[in-house]
Design a protein around this ligand. Structure first.
Ligand SMILES: Nc1ncnc2c1ncn2[C@@H]1O[C@H](COP(=O)(O)OP(=O)(O)OP(=O)(O)O)[C@@H](O)[C@H]1O
Ligand SMILES: [Mg+2]
Length: 415
């Protein structure tokens, strides 16, 4: 991947500059992956989407949390998919104002058919209003020598209910027809039905692909593969720290990995250590979505001098969670006691937990369960790593505390 060769000669200004440019390109906190070589792990999921495309009459829905890598997966899975059929890949990013008509009009504008030696734009073949039937008739022009794939990314953003029903009908219609075209719907959701209504008649035709968070090894690979072949190296502990802070979300591996590489280069140092990671945290906030930063600020606003919302939130981010990201008030006690350096039992902060669920503090947490068994979770899970990092950079928690409550715990889980 890299143009660099390790050598014993000291690097000159030009070489440091070239290395910096490379780090700016290979780490992509702001963009999905669009090259196979840069896509880490996820092989089973890639195979699942490929199988859906190859199987006749099948379509797919890729869903999961924000920032987990859905667009990247849907952008790379089709490379080298078939030796016998040419892949025609069409990508549409849907928006809140879209409906069935506008989505298909946009898809058709990107499709060209070659019929009897002549070229036709798909839009020119549409007769009147676009209906599921019309979609099938138009897409039939692809013929069987091609492998057409149409991806509708951010389909969850479409608000129009009718679009959802019409798309389900289109899936049904296409899966019962000889058309070889595969439709792929991508969106933020916990459950496939939040993306596309699942009446029984399409359940066999629609392959559900839930994207979980990434494994530590995959997150490590994001960093190590980008440093491989360059003069930069990273210590094991630094790699663990980045991996822990990323919490399964590749965005944070990119943002932190890049910030560390740039800082090391600025200091003309070729080794990334735990200190480099700590010193890079503030820098990586520049890549974050501003709305996340705003919701943290709202949650911890000091209405009274010395309130402890910052501390409670930091303890929530360090609390032990179940598989669904939920934690109890009891699991907040230990990290909060360590942060406050005095025993903190439930009643001392139950008010704060409730307030953090309320509108006034932006409802950053949500509560479920019954009185004796309340469970809390971050409404936007992507904010949790940010809270940990912000708490570190503002001194609410220190590295020892992070190591004790989080890094060692995770390390023992994956060792
Ligand atoms: N397998 C991967 N290997 C390396 N980097 C990845 C991988 N998957 C995703 N990324 C990186 O993670 C970040 C988020 O990826 P992506 O935009 O694909 O996620 P998403 O689920 O579509 O996000 P959103 O919910 O915001 O649409 C990007 O910086 C991207 O480069
Ligand atoms: Mg996306």
């Amino acid at each position: 991947m890299s143009k660099f060769k390790r050598s014993n000669h000291p690097m000159d200004e030009e070489a440091w500059g070239a290395l910096r440019s490379e780090m700016l390109q290979v780490f992509t906190p702001g963009a999905p992956i669009d090259e196979l070589a840069l896509f880490a792990g996820r092989q089973k999921l890639v195979q699942k989407v490929r199988d859906a495309v190859i199987s006749k009459g099948r379509h797919a829905a890729i869903f999961g949390e924000r920032g987990v890598g859905k667009t990247s997966l849907s952008s790379i899975f089709h490379f080298d998919l078939s030796k016998t059929r040419k892949v025609v890949y069409v990508y549409i990013q849907c928006g809140s104002e879209d409906d069935f008509q506008t989505i298909w009009q946009r898809a058709f504008r990107r499709i060209v058919f070659h019929i009897d030696g002549q070229e036709y734009g798909a839009s020119d073949l549409v007769k009147g209003e676009v209906t599921p039937d019309e979609v099938e008739v138009v897409l039939a022009n692809f013929g069987n020598a091609l492998l057409p794939i149409i991806v509708f990314d951010e389909f969850d953003r479409v608000r129009d209910d009718k679009t959802n029903i019409l798309m389900s009908e289109t899936i049904k219609q296409l899966s019962n027809s000889p058309t070889s075209c595969t439709l792929i719907f991508v969106g933020v959701a916990d459950d496939v039905t939040e993306i596309i209504s699942q009446h029984q008649s399409i359940s066999r035709a629609l392959v559900q692909i839930r994207m979980p968070r990434m494994y530590p090894d995959e997150l490590k690979e994001i960093v190590t593969s980008r440093l491989r072949g360059t003069p930069l190296t990273i210590t094991d502990n630094a790699l663990w720290r980045i991996t822990y802070l990323a919490s399964g979300l590749p965005f944070y591996s990119h943002a932190l990995g890049q910030a560390c590489a740039l800082l090391a280069i600025q200091n003309k140092n070729t080794v990334i250590t735990e200190e480099t990671v700590s010193a890079s945290i503030n820098e990586c906030f520049n890549d974050l979505d501003q709305t996340l930063i705003d919701s943290y600020v709202k949650a911890v606003t000091e209405t009274r001098k010395g309130n402890i919302f910052k501390h409670v939130l930091a303890a929530c981010a360090l609390a032990e969670q179940d598989d669904l990201g939920r934690f109890s008030a009891a699991s907040v006690e230990e990290p909060l006691s360590a942060i406050m350096q005095k025993p903190m039992r439930g009643p001392a902060f139950s008010f704060h937990l409730n307030e953090l669920c309320g509108a006034e503090r932006g409802a950053i947490l949500a509560k479920s369960g019954s009185r004796s068994h309340y469970r809390f979770r971050f409404v936007q899970p992507i904010i949790q790593p940010f809270i940990t990092m912000k708490s570190l950079s503002t001194g609410v928690i220190d590295n020892d505390l992070l190591t004790r409550f989080a890094i060692e715990r995770q390390r023992s889980l994956f060792a």
